[in-house]
Design a protein around this ligand. Sequence first.
Ligand code: SAH
Ligand code: SF4
Ligand code: F3S
Length: 472
Amino acid sequence: MANVIIHHCPSLKLARERKETITDYSLVKISSFLSKYAKGKKYYIYTHGCQANYRDSEIFKGILTKIGFKESKDANHANVILINTCAVRENAENKVLGEIGNLKKKDVTLILAGCMAMEEVMVNELIKTFHHVDIILGTHDIAKLPNLLEEHLKKNKRIIEVNSGSGYIHERLPSVRDSSFKAFVNISYGCDKFCTYCIVPYTRGRERSRDPKDIINECKELVKQGYLEITLLGQNVDSYGKDLKKKYSFAKLLDEIAKLKIHRLSFLTSHPYDFSLEIIDVMKKHKNIQPYLHLPLQSGDDKILKLMGRKYDSKKYLSIIKVARKKMPDLFISTDIIVGFPNESDTQFKNTLKMVKSAQYDGAFTFIYSKRSGTPAAKMVDKISNQTKVKRFKELTSLLNQIIEKNNKKYLNKTYEVLVDSVSKNNPKALTGRMHNNKMINFNGSQKYVGKLVKVKVTSTHIHYLIGEMVK
Ligand code: SAH
Ligand code: SF4
Ligand code: F3S
């Protein structure tokens, strides 16, 4: 271990502790040593996980650009490689471990950042087995990247800097946004819900809401720059502002941002426990808020919901859906569901199927439960076989597909406004975009429409997207 400098190692215990939130407005400073080093050198970033990680990668790009590195389109030509990792399920981690294994190249500085860096067991394993990982950087330590890089280069040692349970919010970090027309804006960091299966509160820390002024200023700036779409991000947007000295609700924040006249506004993720029906009224009031609600169910069984620590029951969940659909008939509702929580019985699984039928989702992400070391659920002795879980998973996805396919029919032969996202990977003549309610749609068209609003008539449907043709 002589070759490793450990500043701080992760601690799941520390991650649970609530600290006072401190907003840091200081600017990142770059030394002349680093600027000189970066001349003519390139970086490459791998990003895994959720929107929070995508936004963090934009900050990493901002910092590396400020140092003086250029972005490389190809990892093989990069001098600095950063992997921004996700720890939410075991398969996400295995993908990253495979990636690290393939990156054993001399003369490359390899940095591991993101949620895997926040796990005690994982960091010990990385230190022991992956000697070519030069820097392990925690999710609260992003602003320290220049200092750590300099220390690594000067001392030629591996550096571990992972602080758990920080109460900091860093405003004014540099960032290079991936898109010039759609942007993610964080409204809060971390999560206070501690659902018993979930690692996120440990990897991202306790919930910290940004000052509404800072959020509104960032959105104003994006509108000024010509952005067409803003997605507000929080692990639980509905509890926004509850931790602020001067209480502020998410409904109010949404209302204020919608008034800034951004063309499209949406938000992720809602939590049924904290969700207030006032949000639906704000959505209805503003034409620029997308009729799109991502409301994770996780399970349709009340006893499992209790064991998951979700703090709502199926009745409360359905009542939200009912009111939302009544007030906004055009609303696109999607969800997350976990199959195979420890000891989930056949009847309990059937209750999830029942809920799915009642909710009539327009979209869904389904997962098989993955044991996360350090979470309360990891201690539960699970008697259900993996085979049973896979069988239930298939049954659930097949039901969801049927419902979604049926719901898709209502779009047929109608024309919608579409924000064109990109050219399709498989077909250079095909474009992919999002409708007013975030539904994905593919159609033929030229690259010049990327980032533009166009009208598309739906001609056929597929489970996960619609197919259409552009109308003039
Ligand atoms: N804050 C969001 C997103 C959390 S992670 C929310 O609360 O919805 C995204 C999804 O991953 C979760 O909604 C959940 O369905 C799933 N997930 C989280 N932990 C998991 C685990 N241990 N095994 C399987 N799926 C998990
Ligand atoms: Fe995880 Fe629950 Fe927080 Fe979502 S609300 S991030 S599932 S602990
Ligand atoms: Fe994954 Fe971390 Fe997001 S665990 S889902 S990248 S918050």
